[in-house]
Design a binder for this molecule. Sequence first.
Ligand code: F6P
Length: 527
Amino acid sequence: MALNSTPAWRALVAHTAPPLPQLRDLFAADPARFSRFSVGFDGWLLDYSKQRVNSETMSLLGALWQSADVHGWINRMQAGAAINHTEARAVGHTWLRAPLPRPEVSAVLQQMKTFCEAIHSGQWHGATGERITDIVNIGIGGSDLGPRMVTQALGAHAVDSLSVHYVANLDSADLATTLKKLRPANTLFIVCSKTFTTQETMQNATSARQWLVAALGDLAVAKHFVAVSTNLEAVAAFGIDPANAFAFWDWVGGRYSLWSAVGLSTALAIGFANFEQVLAGAAAMDEHFFTAPVGQNLPALLGLLQVWNTSFLGAPTQAILPYSQSLELLPRHLQQLEMESNGKRVDREGNELPAPACPVIWGEPGTNGQHAFYQLIHQGGRLIPCDFIAVKTPDYALAGHHSKLLANCFAQSEALMRGKTLAEAQAELGPEGTALAPYKVFPGNQPSTTLLMPAITPYSVGQLVALYEHKVFVAGCLWDINAFDQWGVEYGKQLAARLLPLLEGQPAGHELDSSTAGLITASLSKQ
Ligand code: F6P
């Protein structure tokens, strides 16, 4: 049955008219609103009382959860069914962090542990006998964003003797500016690619190898290159010793892969024991997601609220606003996680969805964003649901910072919820200033959720990432989407392969539109 014809969906559509009272009125009418619409778990707090919901909304969303059979999908995922049906693959990222992992997972974790210890102790050294001081992870998309984000988030837990760098972009500026800071004798490259065919990664790896070989010769490659991939044949063909390859499996999606050997750069950056804590935190969130009732279940609530805001209230975007510099890269990671998973136009059966599903995900850490785009969230006239992420205990204890940071975070969600009426603006300005009053009106009623984390630790960062992974899973189930394929990235790659010869001076083998032809000609022109 089409998504929008199920009784659960139709009941929610009916519930949108008339709209609920303004959020400020809902708060005024119900002093218990915060306790009614907030949930705790393992030191975390999820406050969704500033969402445009009442008890009836939540029970109708609960019915949608039942109707979408989310528990059935969880069971099928855990049993290894090929729920990524368009690629005929199981979806097993949670198996990577299970307290008792499968033998093949344990074997790679052990290999990672041994390697981390060898690098940290200096037992593994470069071709000239010098210690490895710099690691460069070469990868893109899921082979970059997740490990890069977690490594940055856990900077306060970093191993002192090692610097970890990330290179992703095909633009040579990325690799060149990184290499400028490094010495070949102390540098180890991790070529990280699920397929080991991705153009960006293979080009960067080839250039990195040339840089190393020019300084230390061909034989040095064995001591300065390792690989992470499901394609071990291609790793060997590239010239990396199979003994230095870390395997993973086709049942791990790229954007869900930081728990596998794709996390090797993170394990090196923070130490293997801390990496195990990242896995343990994720496993705790898995357990919570699989067992907690929907009304107490953090990922379920985030997923249901996303679908409510997007499909029923019509919000085309969602902002991710971490009030934590350590989580600076979280919005970028979530862009891939959410939009590559649920940015789809057809349901599991291939039928066109009645309306776009996944919102555009964007964001920046607070307070920086307040001085950039918050103006539009407050007064731009668009519905923009926000996820605020705040941390109880700061990772760096400089006096005077944290209370101000939290005051700003909570003030933003308060202002977005409450707004300011014309009468309030006029009263504030007094008789002299009334001409300015219209400019000082805030419509308010802007929905937000605040997640309060206990601290930024390896364990809690594991929980956070797993929380959003499961939220995306829930939303994908509610929209009846296969959240685990990504056909939308293929077409551009195909056309780029056709255009490349033209940019390298060969004649066109096919018809080009005038814009594409004009751009190629202009880029090759000497003037
Ligand atoms: O952009 C498409 C994509 O396939 C992502 O899903 C993936 O994370 C990324 O490219 C990198 O792929 P690989 O790890 O195979 O190099």
